[in-house]
Design a protein around this ligand. Structure first.
Ligand code: URA
Length: 198
């Protein structure tokens, strides 16, 4: 096991025992697991979603349900193997009925994401959806006049994270495309942007 993998394992143990986590009680009541992340801990590309859904919370793996299938298709379309990237979320626990994360929850779980970014030191971070985009832009000083994902999707930004230049690519969340074919086409097109980083 590499040092990075050990650090992720340690994080998982910490989260399992984190009684102060805002969604801890809900997790225990439903026999859910915290979802730390999966993939290559030395990945060049890191993908950050919003929060685990039911399938993810039951299995402990990110993006393994219906939305995960869409993500897999998108990765496949650019010949990018899921195992060669690192996939995680801002929240490590499932919010009730998949509701939007609250500001308090994001603030509580985000340090784990920051730590993961430090451990993996990716060259590219792909944000899926507005919550992930907003958090990473604000946290790592990406300034934009426009704030809406409807205008920012498919854009590449440069941030300095831990003294390194990191590209942040804002994309729509794959779940948004489940009932919206137009959005699915946009996501498929936006995903092509990632080819230059493979
Ligand atoms: N949606 C997310 O944002 N993350 C997951 O892991 C699954 C669905």
């Amino acid at each position: 096991m590499t040092l990075a993998e050990k650090k992720m394992k340690k994080m998982q143990k910490e989260l399992i025992n984190a009684k102060g986590a805002p969604l801890y009680k809900y997790r225990i009541k439903n026999n859910y697991m915290p979802v730390v992340g999966a993939g290559d801990c030395n990945a060049h590309i890191m993908i950050v979603g919003e929060a685990p859904g039911k399938n993810e919370a039951l299995s402990g793996k990110p993006f393994c349900g219906r939305t995960g299938n869409i993500l897999d298709e998108l990765l496949e379309s650019i010949s990018l193997d899921r195992e060669s990237v690192y996939i995680t979320n801002i929240l490590k626990d499932r919010p009730q009925k998949n509701r939007d994360p609250t500001e308090g929850e994001i603030a509580w779980y985000a340090p784990y994401l920051d730590k993961q970014i430090e451990i993996i030191a990716p060259h590219v971070i792909v944000t899926l959806g507005r919550f992930s985009m907003k958090y990473l832009f604000e946290r790592y000083g990406v300034q934009t006049d426009i704030k809406e994902i409807s205008n920012l999707h498919g854009s590449v930004h440069v941030a300095t994270i831990n003294n390194r230049e990191v590209k942040i690519v804002a994309l729509y969340h794959p779940a948004a495309s489940i009932y919206n074919q137009k959005l699915k086409t946009v996501l498929q097109e936006d995903f092509q942007i990632l080819k230059q980083f493979i």
